[in-house]
Design a protein around this ligand. Structure first.
Ligand code: BDR
Ligand code: CA
Length: 309
């Protein structure tokens, strides 16, 4: 199984991404790190611990940054609620966070692993930014970074920026220019990864703890997205795309482009500027995921959830 670290800010779609990763035999989740984003750093940490405690799975969870590298934190309470994970009833954590910081845990896992490690960030890129600034020597031991963030066309927090990149554009800039292979699952693909009502019911019908939690997360996540101003028929599973991509890239359509992060623009700060028509002639540094086979994506999620007892 492929060794991975999930760096997340749960978050409804982060929690479902975690369930997909933990339920798959093809991934070895070596550790989980949390970051401030959808909610404060204390809340996202607590949510990761509560999800694992509910499932009875004890994994090392290390707390990372509570603030972006250089900016004030923006949270997404209107999407994910006051706790960051409103909807399902979850127990208080049954185990403690790691004594290590997120950076310490990532360095330990990456340097001790025989195989190169894949990083799957599903929140702002602050923790990965800190890691690469403080420990550039680990770069060679990272297989790739498959992240949820950005978009080729349009934004979801400003007209130009997607939330995860907008929260910490300086960190994103470090990651995109790191020289490590980067794959970005942005809004182009994640807005197509919608779950329809009958599919939520199919998931609920699986009837185990994991599937019940996913269905309840989807019920809450649907509320915000069913706003008639949005083009959605069901909630989009942003972060789940990143894990699904690592599991089976055949489901996805990808194009390689040069991508730069706007850290200064008045209207476009936080934008992932994708050189779609190769105007700059600069080296194509990012795999940009554009589309997916939605039915196979839902099938992968269901098959994996069925494996939970
Ligand atoms: C991203 O922002 C968060 O609200 C989600 O968890 C996802 O990571 C989508 O823009
Ligand atoms: Ca997230």
């Amino acid at each position: 199984a492929r060794p991975v670290i999930i760096d997340c800010d749960p978050g409804h779609d982060d929690a479902i991404a975690l369930l997909l990763a933990l339920g798959s035999d093809d991934l070895d989740v070596k550790g989980i790190t949390t970051v401030a984003g959808n909610q404060t750093g204390d809340k996202t940490l607590n949510n990761a611990l509560r999800v694992l405690s509910y499932l009875g799975i004890e994994k090392e969870v290390a707390q990372g940054a509570t603030q972006p590298l250089m900016r004030d934190l923006i949270t997404a309470a209107e999407v994910h609620g006051e706790s960051g994970l409103e909807g399902p009833e979850l127990p208080e954590p049954s185990f403690d966070k790691s004594e290590k910081t997120a950076t310490e845990l990532m360095v330990k896992i990456i340097s001790e692993s025989e195989e190169k490690v894949t990083l799957i960030p599903t929140g702002p890129l602050t923790n990965i930014g800190h890691l690469l600034l403080a420990h550039p020597e680990v770069k060679d031991r990272i297989e790739e970074i498959v992240l949820m963030g950005g978009a080729c066309f349009g934004g979801n927090w400003t007209p130009a920026a997607e939330f995860n990149i907008l929260v910490d554009p300086e960190a994103a800039d470090i990651v995109y220019n790191s020289g490590i292979p980067v794959t970005m699952c942005g809004l182009d693909v994640t807005h197509r990864a919608q779950v329809m009502k009958d599919e939520t019911e199919r998931i609920r019908g699986i009837g185990n703890k994991a599937s019940t939690l996913v269905a309840e997360l989807l019920d809450y996540f649907a509320i915000f997205h069913m706003n008639p101003n949005f083009p959605f028929e069901g909630p989009p599973l942003h972060d789940v795309c990143a894990v699904a991509y690592v599991l089976n890239r055949e489901i996805f359509t990808v194009r390689k482009h040069h991508v730069a992060i706007d850290t200064v623009g008045e209207l476009t700060v936080g934008a992932t500027v994708v050189d779609y028509y190769d105007m700059s002639g600069r080296e194509k540094n990012v795999n940009v995921v554009m589309d997916l086979d939605r039915e196979r994506f839902i099938a992968l999620l269901c098959e994996t959830l069925e494996k939970y007892s």
